[in-house]
Write a protein that binds this ligand. Structure first.
Ligand SMILES: Cc1cc2nc3c(=O)[nH]c(=O)nc-3n(C[C@H](O)[C@H](O)[C@H](O)COP(=O)(O)OP(=O)(O)OC[C@H]3O[C@@H](n4cnc5c(N)ncnc54)[C@H](O)[C@@H]3O)c2cc1C
Length: 379
C-alpha cells in the first residue's frame, strides 16, 4: 500500500503528527525503532512540565496554550486508570530586576492566561517547604502542571492507531540519502510524503544537513524520596517550580515517585542509541546541594531514582520544522531543545497544515533561520 504520509519516530512530535494527519483525512504509517515513548527517546521520561510562560516569546506561549487545550481534550476522550496530567501549578522564582520573568508575566497577561504575581512574603506563606533566599518575587500559573510523558505519548499512539493509523516497529536505515526509504531489515516504505520526527536521532539520519544544526546533550534527572505519609511535598503546598536563574527545575511528589529535580544546563554531547544512562557523581552532588538550599526538609532525603535523557538543541532553542531543501517530499519536525514536550499537539497540527499547504510557514522554525539567528534563547 502507498500511504499518504509515513511518520518516522513515535516520540511526542511524531505521535501527534500522525494523529493530526489522520484527522485531516490522510492515510498514515507511523514507525519507531524502539517503540512509542521508549526509554532512549527524549519523550520517554516519567514527567514533563506543562506551562505557558516563555518570557517575551508569545509564539511559544500561544503554542503551549493551544497544545494544553488539545492535551486536555484528548485525555477527556478516554478513561486512563491514573491521570496523565497533574494540575500542580507552576511557580516561577524571580530575582530582582528579572527581565525574563517580567516579560513572562506580561505575555501571560496579554494572552489572558491565569497567573498571579507574588512577593516574597506571599511566597513564604503559600509554599512553606521552600527557602526563598535570593528570590525577590514569583509568578504562579495555577492551571499549569505536569504531563505524565511516556504514558501520554503511548496514549496518543494508541488513540491514533484506534483511529486508523498503521504502526510498524522498525528502524529506518541511516543516513537517509534519497526518497527510497528502507528499514534496517530491508523493508521498503512506500509513501507520498515522509516526516522525520526523530528528535535526537535527526543529526544521525541527516548528518550533512542537520549535524551542525542540532546538538544532542546528556541531561540528568534525580528523584528524591519523601518521608513516609508526608503530604508536604505534594501540590498545593509544593508546586512544580522553575528556577531558571539557577538553571534548575523541580516537580513535587507525583505518582509516589518522590520530588524530581533536574539541572537545565546543557551537558556533554550524547549518543541516544549507545550512551550509558548512569548519572554522574558531580551532578548528584550539585543537585543535593541545590535541594538542601531550596527545599531544606529534603536535605537528607535519599536519591530513589535517576534517569539520563538527552536534549536535541538548536542554536537558539527554536524548533526545527521544515521541508528538506533537496527532497521535496521529506519533512523534519524536531529541535525540541529541552522544552518541546508540551507543544506536541500544536507541532502535529502545524506539520499537518504544512503538508496540506493550508498555512504559511513560520520563519522561526525554518532551516535557514536556524543558521541566521544565534543570539536568541528560548527556554
Ligand atoms: C530531561 C528532560 C527534561 C525535559 N523537560 C521538559 C519539560 O518539562 N517540558 C517540556 O515541554 N519539554 C521537556 N523536555 C523536552 C521534550 O521532552 C522533548 O523536546 C521532546 O520529548 C522531543 O520529542 P521528539 O518527538 O522530537 O523526540 P523523541 O521523543 O526522542 O522521539 C524520537 C523517536 O524517533 C525514533 N527514531 C529515531 N531514529 C529512528 C529511525 N531511524 N527509525 C525509526 N524510528 C527512529 C526514536 O526511537 C524515538 O522514539 C525535556 C527533555 C529532557 C531530556
Amino acid at each position: 500500500m502507498t500511504y499518504d504520509v509515513a511518520v518516522i519516530g513515535a516520540g511526542v512530535f511524531g505521535v501527534w503528527t500522525a494523529y493530526q494527519l489522520n484527522r485531516a483525512g490522510l492515510s498514515v504509517l507511523l514507525l519507531d525503532a524502539y517503540g512509542p515513548g521508549n526509554n532512549r527517546a527524549s519523550s520517554g521520561g516519567e514527567s514533563r512540565i506543562m506551562r505557558l510562560g516563555y518570557g517575551p516569546d508569545e509564539i511559544y506561549t500561544r503554542s503551549a496554550q493551544r497544545s494544553f487545550k488539545l492535551w486536555q481534550e484528548l485525555f477527556a476522550s478516554f478513561a486512563s486508570p491514573t491521570p496523565l496530567f497533574h494540575q500542580t501549578g507552576v511557580l516561577w522564582l524571580a530575582r530582582k530586576d528579572d527581565d525574563y520573568c517580567e516579560a513572562t508575566l506580561k505575555t501571560l497577561r496579554a494572552v489572558g492566561a491565569r497567573c498571579e504575581r507574588l512577593d516574597q512574603a506571599q511566597l513564604t506563606e503559600r509554599f512553606p517547604p521552600f527557602n526563598f533566599d535570593g528570590v525577590s518575587w514569583g509568578i504562579i500559573e495555577p492551571d499549569a502542571g505536569v504531563l505524565m510523558a511516556r504514558r501520554a505519548v503511548q496514549a496518543v499512539a494508541m488513540k491514533a492507531r484506534a483511529n486508523g493509523v498503521d504502526y510498524l516497529e522498525e528502524a529506518i536505515a541511516s543516513p537517509v540519502v534519497d526518497r527510497n526509504l528502507r528499514t534496517v531489515s530491508g523493508k521498503a516504505i512506500d509513501a507520498r510524503q515522509f516526516v522525520f520526527a526523530c528528535g535526537p536521532w535527526l543529526p544521525k539520519l541527516f548528518p550533512d544537513l542537520l549535524g551542525e544544526l542540532i546538538h544532542v546533550t546528556r541531561q540528568e534527572v534525580f528523584f528524591f524520596g519523601v518521608p513516609p505519609g508526608d503530604d508536604r511535598f505534594r501540590p498545593p503546598r509544593l508546586p512544580t517550580w522553575i528556577d531558571f536563574n539557577d538553571l534548575v527545575y523541580g516537580l513535587p511528589n507525583l505518582d509516589s515517585r518522590g520530588c524530581k529535580i533536574a539541572i537545565d544546563a546543557h551537558g556533554p554531547e550524547f549518543d541516544p542509541d549507545r550512551g550509558e544512562r548512569i548519572v554522574s557523581r558531580e551532578l548528584t552532588q550539585a543537585v543535593r546541594e541545590y535541594i538542601a538550599r531550596r527545599v531544606p526538609l529534603l536535605a537528607n532525603a535519599p536519591v530513589t531514582e535517576t534517569r539520563v535523557c538527552q536534549y536535541e538543541n538548536t542554536s537558539n532553542g527554536d524548533f526545527l520544522i521544515d521541508r528538506h531543501p533537496d527532497l521535496e517530499n521529506v519533512w523534519f519536525a524536531g529541535g525540541g531543545s529541552g522544552h518541546g514536550f508540551k507543544h506536541g499537539p500544536a507541532v502535529g497540527e502545524y506539520v499537518a497544515a504544512m503538508i496540506s499547504g493550508t498555512e504559511p510557514p513560520e520563519p522561526r522554525f525554518s532551516l535557514t533561520t536556524k543558521e541566521r539567528i544565534q543570539q536568541r534563547k528560548v527556554y
